[in-house]
Design a protein around this ligand. Sequence first.
Ligand SMILES: [Zn+2]
Length: 240
Amino acid sequence: MEQDGKGLVIDCGQLSPGGVVDQAKLDGCEVLLLTHFHRDQCGAASQWVREGVQVSIPFSEKRFFEEGDILRASYDIYDNYPAYFPTFSPLDDVRGEPITDYDSISWQGMDFQAIPLPGHTFGSTGYLFELDGQRMLAVGDVMAAPGKLHEYYSSQWTYMSFRGHVNLLESLEAIQRLEVDWILPGHGVPFVAVRSLISRAGWSSCMKCTMRSRIDPTDRSSRSCQNTCLKWIQQRIPTS
Ligand SMILES: [Zn+2]
């Protein structure tokens, strides 16, 4: 985003150090907001810090930005089943400013509010702001396109658990309730936030629907599963 020759970036990808310098100068970049710790989103962030850019990181994933190597070294082979890529944090530690849920950052007269959107990762954070009278929500990897998740398997926070799935459904519900005009995904192109297509992303990931359609591809009941899948999953989570 550019304003009066200054720039703000949400997620920076994995540009080479030289590429970062060029990009940061080109955009006059002052602020970098990060949505989650996955390396494909923030691999170059430490270089942006060295360039003097103010970098914001979700507070709940602080350790994954600041102590990636220690965490990678501490996993043992018998604890390596979760699919949310706990070791996929940046290779260089990122020392940013932690931002907490619903906190705001002001830049060039605009406010960017941190919206908790756990699911893709446990600390995934969206950024809500208004541009030219339109409400925008940058969602990281929670969604990739209308009715489509970036991918599903990252929501397996612990082996064979549904905690990430339940949080993902709740985050999609939260996105709907924000009634934004546009959604800006971490992968893919910005798209109009059509309410029904946000909820579809949730039930297309529903394991019950997926299982049903695998068992019987002609089963149409998955189309009406969206209201019951959360309950179905919750029933299978131990209450203790
Ligand atoms: Zn990701």
